[in-house]
Design a protein around this ligand. Structure first.
Ligand code: PGA
Length: 242
């Protein structure tokens, strides 16, 4: 694991954004795995600025998002589809036909998940996968459990995730299920970049980096990937820096 501790979220956005810019300029038809949540927002803002300044184009890029809620209209402001349009895709020159997000409202979830995996495979796999980490150590919506998950699947969200994300659903209608790439899908990415910022992530980061590789902390599996960069701010790194 290549662990890089930087001072501020802005420093991380720059460092992470520059990696994406370099890789996209090297391979304009790159396949990106993208993440939602509060953590990657500064990186998306950095990439939007870089696009506006003519430093990078997303025209030939294909993207696959990690996950999407079930039983939430795509147009709902809290869907990950809306998040991606509002926070990134609508501000750059992404070809909308190359954007892929699991359909959390698919009638046959199993079929949707299998089709999603097949699309990733047909594109030659994910070149760079961006990740956040949950306070419970989840990546994507792979919640702590007894075994590592494999391909894309429908997951029942844990109480901890519902607690963390319910701030976005003040009316209390937080979805209970989601479709998510599995740990197996994530580990197939050629390069992985995980960002963790803020004191709430201290324990999850410590377990991911120093704990045993265990499905009790799904992110710990990243110890077994040979091209992972972990960007941390000083708050999130407080325990591992000791
Ligand atoms: P956050 O979520 O970026 O909103 O903290 C991260 C995650 O749950 O993976």
């Amino acid at each position: 694991m290549d662990i890089r501790v930087l001072k501020t979220k802005a420093d991380i956005a720059k460092a992470c954004g520059e990696i994406f810019i370099e890789e996209i300029n090297k391979k304009p038809d790159i396949v990106l795995g993208l993440a939602t949540g509060a953590t990657p927002l500064p990186t998306y803002e950095y990439l939007i600025d870089a696009y506006k300044n003519g430093r990078v184009s997303f025209k030939e890029v294909t993207s696959f998002n990690l996950d999407e809620y079930c039983d939430l209209a795509r147009e709902n402001e809290n869907s990950y589809y809306s998040y991606m349009l509002n926070n990134f895709f609508n501000h750059v020159d992404m070809d909308k036909s190359r954007i892929n997000i699991p359909d959390g409202n698919a009638k046959d979830a199993e079929k949707e998940c299998a089709a999603y995996d097949k699309m990733i495979e047909d594109m030659g796999g994910i070149d760079i996968q961006l990740l956040g980490i949950g306070t419970n150590g989840h990546i994507g919506f792979n919640e702590p459990s007894d075994e590592f998950t494999d391909a894309t699947f429908k997951v029942k969200l844990s109480d901890s995730t519902i607690k963390s994300n319910s701030i976005y659903f003040p009316d209390g209608d937080m979805p209970r299920y989601a479709l998510t790439m599995g740990i197996g899908s994530i580990m197939k990415a050629k390069k992985i970049i995980l960002i963790a910022t803020g004191a709430a992530k201290i324990d999850a980061v410590d377990k991911m980096v120093n704990g045993e590789v265990s499905p009790a902390c799904p992110a710990s599996i990243l110890q077994n990937h040979d091209d992972v960069i972990i960007f941390l701010d000083e708050d999130a790194a407080a325990k591992i820096n000791k």
